[in-house]
Design a protein around this ligand. Structure first.
Ligand SMILES: C[S@@+](CC[C@H](N)C(=O)[O-])C[C@H]1O[C@@H](n2cnc3c(N)ncnc32)[C@H](O)[C@@H]1O
Length: 304
């Protein structure tokens, strides 16, 4: 790979100036900050090698990157299962690519774990912006180890979230050849921002970012991200084993609405709907300590 540590720091500093070209943003929409998109565009140009992202949505980061780096192949993995109620996002990306005359891209329409497992190329820059639960974040980072070229980098979106920071921190402990060389945060998720704050997040780092560089020669003094107290991860076990765990999100929202009573009717409807949809997953369970192990068997490996 081509980029020296100095070059990485230059890309970070220059990202403050925003995107490399305004043209794609006349056509694309998405959940991405301008500085974050500018950082990715510059990293891809500096490092060389292919680009891969998990989480395409309507193509903002994929098409901005492909447009500004026409000689680089840009892959995007998405199963288009989220934020897409009318199932139109994939075609939107294809149409927008046509409008921008972009052909150096490929959509891998799969669950991220299947897409990453099957991916048989090597990449220079890897952008992680798919499912943000702790396990998915850690899996995305771990798959990165086998697909990243020496000296390549991984960019993690939504690093504001504590479980995203925790996944980065755990990954860095497990893989000391990787260093966190840049972190930037905004004061909350854009969902909870005022219109002014949203516009500044859109011009900036959106919902937080981590830049992790493969540094086998130990040239960087890496950063350690701030992580939450691990009690929230311990608590996760106690939630998962309760009979109503499948509706835990809706149940927690319902409880939260008790302090905002005008939200109660909506929360009750959502909870009841989720319960109805997930009855088969809830029915017949113990109150707690569910193990889902009744159909498991004893197995021993054979010697090849
Ligand atoms: C926040 S959006 C990505 C935003 C995008 N990077 C942009 O520039 O606008 C997250 C995307 O991740 C995708 N996603 C979520 N879970 C996934 C999974 N298990 N496998 C593949 N894609 C997934 C969703 O379909 C959604 O399009």
């Amino acid at each position: 790979m081509n980029a020296t540590p100095q070059k990485f720091l230059e890309c970070i500093a220059e990202a403050e100036n925003g995107v490399l070209t305004e043209k794609p943003n006349e056509v694309v929409t998405g959940f991405a900050g301008t500085k974050l998109t500018g950082l990715i565009q510059r990293l891809v140009a500096a490092i060389g090698g292919d680009y891969l992202e998990v989480g395409v949505f309507q193509g903002s980061s994929l098409l901005n990157t492909a447009y500004s780096n026409p000689d680089i192949k840009c892959y995007g993995i998405d199963n288009f299962d989220f934020f897409d109620p009318k199932s139109e996002n994939k075609n939107m990306v294809i149409d927008r690519a046509k409008q921008l005359d972009i052909s150096n891209y490929e959509i891998i329409d799969k669950d991220f774990e299947i897409g990453l497992k099957e991916f048989d190329g090597k990449i220079g820059t890897y952008f992680i912006d798919g499912p943000h639960d702790y396990r998915s974040q850690l899996m995305c980072l771990a798959y990165g180890v086998s697909i990243l070229e020496d000296g390549g980098c991984m960019v993690v979106d939504d690093a504001n979230y504590p479980h995203v920071r925790q996944a980065t921190a755990d990954f860095l402990h497990m893989y000391p050849e990787y260093k966190l060389v840049f972190e930037a945060y905004t004061n909350c998720h854009p969902h909870n921002m005022t219109p002014d704050q949203i516009s500044s997040a859109r011009d900036g780092w959106w919902d937080g970012v981590h830049l992790i560089v493969h540094d086998p020669e130990d040239l960087f003094e890496g950063i350690t991200p701030a992580i939450p107290h691990n009690s929230r991860f311990v608590r996760d076990h106690h939630v998962q084993i309760v009979s109503h765990a499948p509706v835990a999100t809706e149940a927690a929202m319902l409880m939260a609405s008790l302090s905002k009573p005008w939200r109660l009717p909506k929360s009750i409807v959502r909870y009841m709907r989720a319960r109805r949809a997930l009855t088969s997953e809830i029915k017949g369970k113990f109150l707690t300590c569910n193990t889902d192990s009744s159909s498991l068997s004893k197995n021993t490996a054979t010697i090849k």
